[in-house]
Design a binder for this molecule. Structure first.
Ligand code: GLA
Length: 383
């Protein structure tokens, strides 16, 4: 990919690039809609991701081109604080804007991106392009940020510039991920452990429902607000900074404060999902993948029934998995409302699984899903 990007850079900008970088996407194994509630999540980086070739220029302009999109976006340095009409370019623009606000001197730059993470698939193409830009500029210009600072800057871009009130999981996962490791991250303290993700006789399948995530951002922000409302109500009786400070048992003592059924369901999901991540981390430690799989199914059920972020397409995938003997666990991953599911599939059954799932899914939904066998990959690097 590096050579292809360098050649395309030359063809597009009539000059050579100075450096090429890669940053992965992510899946989340378990712990969904937990990061902005201060609990435990378990993501890993995947080998799909974003490549970027860069070269500094002396024209005081930032130029953004992607092999995935037609138009090139050119922005004068003094206009970098404005959001651009082109959605994808706002991610790198937002990062540069933060660096400039922080007093870093960055003159013009030409960028050429390529991504193989399906857009809107819930595999964090946006966090990947944010961290790709931040990591590349920080490394190339020796800006002096450590990884945690880059993660926080990228989250700020997502929250303040793009307008999604997301937590820190995606930026963290794509920046910190390591091959064959899951990250067990406490989103309140930001302490984390890298855990061997040893799947034994199973492999990890990613199933893209190919359902575009309509209205995903506004519904996502609605869920964040509902959790804040639950927290506000609970604080009438106890002092809590976030919902994940309670386990299911303690929550039961105070849940009478929440009268609205929807808010109660949202909070119940959060508290129990956080408990499930603790159990899943133990199961992984003990090599008990069957238990891990059961927790994945339980997580999906809760996201469907209590948190209401699944949908017919994701449910069709998980329903099929429940009937298929060689899958021990499956769930939606990421924000939901479409996007991807993941499944623990017995090795050797990849083709059979794809054939039968496709027949079932097309019958239910009317168009096919895409199925990949995923590898757990490394975080950002210069190539
Ligand atoms: C999106 C957000 C994350 C996280 C997940 C749901 O991917 O960007 O911060 O909240 O949804 O777990």
């Amino acid at each position: 990919m590096k050579i292809e990007l360098e050649q395309n850079f030359l063809a597009n900008y009539n000059r050579n690039s100075d450096a090429v970088y890669f940053t992965p996407g992510r899946i989340n194994l378990i712990g969904e809609h937990i990061d902005y509630n201060g609990g435990l999540v378990m993501p890993c980086a995947i080998t799909l991701g974003t490549w970027v070739a860069i070269a500094s220029n002396n024209d005081g302009k930032f130029r953004f081109k992607s092999l995935n999109f037609e138009a090139q976006v050119d922005v004068e340095s003094n206009k970098i604080h404005d959001k651009n009409g082109s959605l994808w370019a706002n991610y790198p623009i937002g990062i540069i804007n933060e660096f400039l606000k922080d007093g870093k001197e960055i003159n013009g730059f030409d960028f050429l991106f390529f991504g193989n993470i399906p857009i809107g698939s819930g595999l964090s193409s946006s966090a990947s392009i944010e961290i790709a830009t931040a990591f590349a500029l920080n490394d190339y210009l020796n800006l002096g940020y450590d990884k945690l600072e880059l993660i926080k800057i990228a989250k700020k871009v997502e929250n303040d510039f793009i307008g999604l009130n997301s937590g820190i999981m995606d930026q963290f996962a794509v920046a910190i991920g390591e091959k064959d490791k899951a990250i067990v991250l406490d989103c309140e303290t930001l302490r984390y452990k890298m855990v061997d993700f040893n799947l034994g006789k199973y492999s990890l399948a990613i199933i893209n429902t190919n359902k575009p995530r309509e209205l995903a951002d506004s519904k996502y922000n609605e869920r964040v607000a509902e959790c804040q409302e639950a927290l506000r109500l609970l604080n009438e009786e106890i002092t809590l900074h976030n919902l994940c400070e309670l386990n299911a048992e303690k929550f039961a003592l105070h849940s009478h404060l929440i009268h609205d059924e929807t808010i109660l369901n949202r909070a119940t999901h959060v508290v129990k999902e956080n408990d499930r991540v603790h159990l899943a981390a133990k199961a992984l430690n003990n090599g008990n993948l069957e238990e891990f799989g059961r927790l994945m199914y339980a997580s999906h059920k809760s996201l469907k029934e209590l948190y209401e972020v699944s949908g017919d397409e994701l449910d069709a995938v998980v329903d099929f998995c429940l009937t298929y003997d060689h899958v021990i666990g499956a769930r939606m991953t990421g924000a939901g409302f479409g996007g991807c599911a993941i499944a623990l599939l017995e090795k050797g059954y990849e083709e059979d699984f794809a054939k039968h799932l496709t027949a079932y899914y097309v019958g239910k939904i009317g168009y096919p899903a895409a199925i990949y066998i995923s590898e757990i990959g490394d975080g950002p690097k210069r190539l």
